[in-house]
Design a protein around this ligand. Sequence first.
Ligand SMILES: Cc1cc2nc3c(=O)[nH]c(=O)nc-3n(C[C@H](O)[C@H](O)[C@H](O)COP(=O)(O)OP(=O)(O)OC[C@H]3O[C@@H](n4cnc5c(N)ncnc54)[C@H](O)[C@@H]3O)c2cc1C
Length: 304
Amino acid sequence: MTGHPPGREDMIYDCIIVGASPGGLQAAIHLGRNNRKILLIDRGGGRTFHAREIENFLAHPTIAGPELIRIGTAQALGFGVHFENAVVTAVERAERFSVHTRDGKTFYSSFVIAASGGRDNLLPIENLERYFGSGFYTCIDCDGYRTTGKKLVIVGNGMNTVRLAFGVKEMYTKDIILVLVIYEPPGDIKELLESEGIPLIKGRPKRIVGETRINGLELSDGKILPCEAILTDFGFKLNDDYLKGLPLKKDNRDFKYQVNHHFEASVNGLYIVGPLNTGNDQAVIAAGQGATAAIDIKKRLLDI
Ligand SMILES: Cc1cc2nc3c(=O)[nH]c(=O)nc-3n(C[C@H](O)[C@H](O)[C@H](O)COP(=O)(O)OP(=O)(O)OC[C@H]3O[C@@H](n4cnc5c(N)ncnc54)[C@H](O)[C@@H]3O)c2cc1C
């Protein structure tokens, strides 16, 4: 982002926001419109950039993820938010927050919002990049609808993936092949899959077949499963390395961060929005969380 004030190390910001994601940008827009001193730090990229067509964001019948971020960033910067293109490497909490970046800078603030999202766990499948977000999907809430009536292969490795297959069959398509890498479902579940007409195959995906659209999924044993779409279910990792030094409480799987109903985490003044917290992962949800956090921070800055 050029032509906008970069971060200033000699300033104490009211709030530093990590991540130009829907949650981070919505918070930046709210706090910028409070005429507060706000710094948005982003390294570029992110899951929203892979969402080629978001169709479930209110008042946008369809919007590409990069467009949502581009417009949202311009909107936030239009309210005087400073922008720093950098990777945040650590956040420390003393009297105030210190936010360190990989290029050796340190910025200071009273509040921090972590909105840095996550990244998908993907198997090494040839040709995946070409179809990621366009025939190859990882999220039923995002892209389940796109599989409606299509020949679909679902790949995963646990009971969750089996449940996903039943859910997809009920909502989107009856033409499903379920591939489990090594997980062996219990006998009664295998019978249920059979009675539901969902073939179960053990195998490891190797390559997506198709030059301009998906025609099949090749497994490592050479078998090709004909399909038009692929949905994998291996979860995602959080972009949270920079939070590791803080005493933050996590959920009982030691994965996502616990927050209160204003999205403040267990460190005073640190808010966590989007898929880093225990809520669901959708652009509109992250944006709502960003607005909620921003309004709480506004009240605390006013001390009311
Ligand atoms: C293929 C695909 C399709 C999707 N389709 C939909 C859909 O249809 N509808 C929907 O609601 N959601 C969809 N999503 C999910 C959605 O895009 C996001 O999960 C959601 O917008 C929330 O954003 P986020 O919090 O995950 O952040 P992200 O979009 O991942 O953004 C996080 C930002 O933080 C930055 N960042 C991370 N770490 C650091 C760091 N250390 N320092 C500085 N910056 C950092 C990243 O560069 C990035 O810009 C889809 C996701 C994918 C992958």
